[in-house]
Design a protein around this ligand. Structure first.
Ligand code: AHG
Ligand code: MN
Ligand code: MN
Length: 339
């Protein structure tokens, strides 16, 4: 048996990667691990009536029920508010950002942007869901309230990013810009244990993940790339397999391990795609690149996009390097034809 390395031990050990760091990021990552365990408990109980149900409806005790994504949002916000490392957050569940007013928080160096529960439409049917987080150093002065510019930073400035997948087992995967590592929750000891050190996404893969029901609404380049994925060509392992869970975290996680491409393109009904740059695309793009993969909106690197609004959406192509590059060839070809 290998020695078990828990998330907390690993975070402490890796502090040496940041010789001048104060340990604040390490403490923040540990807090995320604890919040993830609390959310995991709730997710495990999701089939039980008093958790499930529409937000705002009353349960049998007359208490107001909360949807799981609202519960997850509150768990993470409370954890950040009480930790002292974070001066503000922005979350998919809230219209605007929250600048924490406590003095302890105003001294925090970081902001966190997150999707508390990704794939929440899958909760009712017991399919994997997740949490995605993105951490930046604040640009405002320590001691001030956080302001909007702290949140509208370009993706390559992320100090750390990661996700939790609540699946057949629960995993936390994160990067601080020194590779990607995955930890699996061992329920009997309640600890995330290092199970996937130095994760690398294969350069080539055999899986394409897209909501093909939308294909008629996609641009021609996307359609012709999907045709390419389905072509029979033994030499290049085609046809590829179609796999689409409908929880970005779970689709991304599978492709990270097995190799593949995930696409949520622009469609005629959603011209900027569906996924949110700050809460979904940037953190997973950071991880993809750290693992040797590629993430683009079809025209430019996701991590180079300067956000203009908190809930901005972008088309998204992420995964194995050669697969994303091939998809880009198809998009560029189509663009050249239509010019
Ligand atoms: P969320 O549950 O946080 O709103 O995210 C849902 C997202 C993403 O997880 C998933 O990949 C995508 O929506 C699925 O969209 P379609 O149902 O349009 O395919
Ligand atoms: Mn989401
Ligand atoms: Mn969500």
């Amino acid at each position: 048996m290998r020695k078990i390395i828990t998330l907390s031990e690993y975070i402490i050990d890796r502090q040496a990667d940041f010789p001048y760091a104060s340990g604040d990021l390490s403490r923040l990552l540990s807090d995320i691990g604890i919040a993830a365990k609390i959310v995991n408990k709730q997710v495990n109980k999701a089939g039980l009536g008093d958790i499930l149900g529409a937000h705002g409806t009353e349960n049998i005790q007359g208490e107001t029920q909360q949807k799981l994504d609202v519960i997850a949002d509150e768990v993470f916000i409370n954890s950040f508010k009480n930790g002292g490392q974070v001066c503000g957050i922005a979350s998919e569940e809230n219209d605007g950002y929250l600048a924490f007013e406590k003095d302890l928080c105003k001294k925090g160096k970081y902001v966190v942007l997150f999707d508390p529960l990704d794939g929440s439409s899958n909760i009712d049917v017991n399919v994997s869901i997740g949490t995605i987080f993105s951490i930046y150093r604040r640009t405002s002065s320590i001691g001030d309230l956080a302001n909007v510019n702290d949140f509208l930073q370009v993706g390559y400035e992320q100090a750390a990013a990661g996700y939790v997948v609540y699946g057949s087992s629960t995993m936390l995967v994160y990067s601080t810009g020194h590779g990607v590592n995955g930890f699996t929750l061992e329920p009997s000891i309640g600890e995330f244990c290092l199970s996937h050190p130095n994760m690398q996404i294969p350069e080539d893969g055999k899986i394409y993940s897209i909501n093909e029901g939308n294909l008629a609404m996609c641009e021609e380049g996307v359609k012709s790339y999907i045709d390419y994925c389905k072509e029979v060509d033994k030499q290049s392992n085609r046809p590829y397999s179609a796999r689409y869970i409908g929880s970005l975290v779970a689709d991304f996680h599978r492709n990270l391990i097995k190799g593949g491409i995930y696409i949520y393109p622009a469609t005629s009904s959603a011209p900027n795609g569906k996924l949110r740059l700050l809460y979904e695309c940037n953190p997973l793009a950071f991880l993809a690149e750290q693992a040797g993969g590629v993430a683009t909106d079809g025209k430019q690197r996701i991590l180079d996009i300067k956000p203009t609004e908190l809930h901005q959406r972008v088309p998204y192509y992420v995964g194995s390097k050669n697969m994303v590059e091939k998809a880009m060839e198809y998009l560029a070809e189509q663009e050249a034809v239509t010019k």
